[in-house]
Design a protein around this ligand. Sequence first.
Ligand code: ZN
Ligand code: ZN
Length: 436
Amino acid sequence: MTIEVMFLGGARQVGRSCVLVKSGGRNIMLDAGVAIGVNEDTFPLEPPDPPDVLLLTHAHLDHAGYAPHVVSKYRTPMIGTPPTQDLSETLNIDYLKLKKEAAPYTFADVMNVRKHAVDMLYKQPMHLGGGVEAVLLRAGHILGSAMVRLKVENHVILYTGDICARNTRTQTMVDLSMSDADTVIIESTYSSPSDQHQSLQKTERDFALAVAETLKEGGVVLVPVFAVGRAQEVMLCLEAYIRSGVIPEAPVFIDGMIRKVNIIYRMYWEHLSDPIKKQIRYTKQNPLESDVFIDVEERKDLAKMKEPMVIISTSGMLEGGPIIYYLKNFGGDPRNLICLTGYQVPGTRGRMLYDGVRELELDGERVRIEAKVGFFEFSAHADYPGLLRFLSAFRNLERVFCVHGEEKKTLNFCERLESIRKAEAYAPCNGETVTL
Ligand SMILES: [Zn+2]
Ligand SMILES: [Zn+2]
């Protein structure tokens, strides 16, 4: 039986992840994401045949932002972990609000997904028909994130989605207990040899000390973050350092979509990392519900406040969201601190700040940024050594497809893999079909 793997998006790019696996007359779609960047095609290519099933690795828009369109058009069941189902609904509603008429679906389409949602738990095999068996494995990236392992006759294909190769505050690292795949479709976000994260402990400590210093000097700390994953990592880090006294007690205000996402993170506390689960069970308290966190009710009230505080808000690259309001109000004071918490895409305001630009256009006004700017890599992606470590667990590896990375990086990564591993490595293009 032949197996065809078709790349409909996310090849040689980060964004609009979408892969179609065709075997035994079944069309299995893995992820259906949108691209967030400005100068690129936003949606994946249409599949040549209707997909029979859509499996989601996780809720981030670059993996699930197109799902309501696929489900509405093809009436496809949408399989994912329960947190992925709920988080993707929240994120897709937000995407819809942002895009308005340019969105590929309506609010009714997002709600319609509920009728087609099929929950799947980690390591519980599910038969998809045509002799294909699917298993979800923990990916360690965000709440509910998974890799998809497809077994077709004597082939095992693993699609990683986004993976994290180290433990973080909220997630236990990627699960390597079923590493029997001969074909791996791997993310390549941080796949160049210079992509090496320092230890998370060191990043957290640097971050905590910078926050502490600013608060002690009477300043305000702005933390622009992604709503899902990064926000909760930063919150738990702050909570721990405030509890241990390293950071002086100060209110930590939460604004933007993070508030809705936090509800889901609290709902699915059993999907959090082992240390957090233990902490919740022993203390009967969820640190994400700590009194130090205050949901913002009136932005104006914060702008008038004179005392030191931390504000965590979307968006992570300062492209929109409430963080713009806070930047306008607090960016001009040299006592204040802006903490960038991860990779900043070129062209975004976050990237400009990172590159040293100190005059930004905010809502049509030019604003001079006098606040200090710090960079703290809270990445939830495997770095280069992490990706190699991950692949080294696969003893039967025959071929690797590198996706979800900048073009040059992905091509270089393939070359390196070919020389390091005896497996074939290939960076497909969008629209390309490979027969196994
Ligand atoms: Zn992701
Ligand atoms: Zn991604």
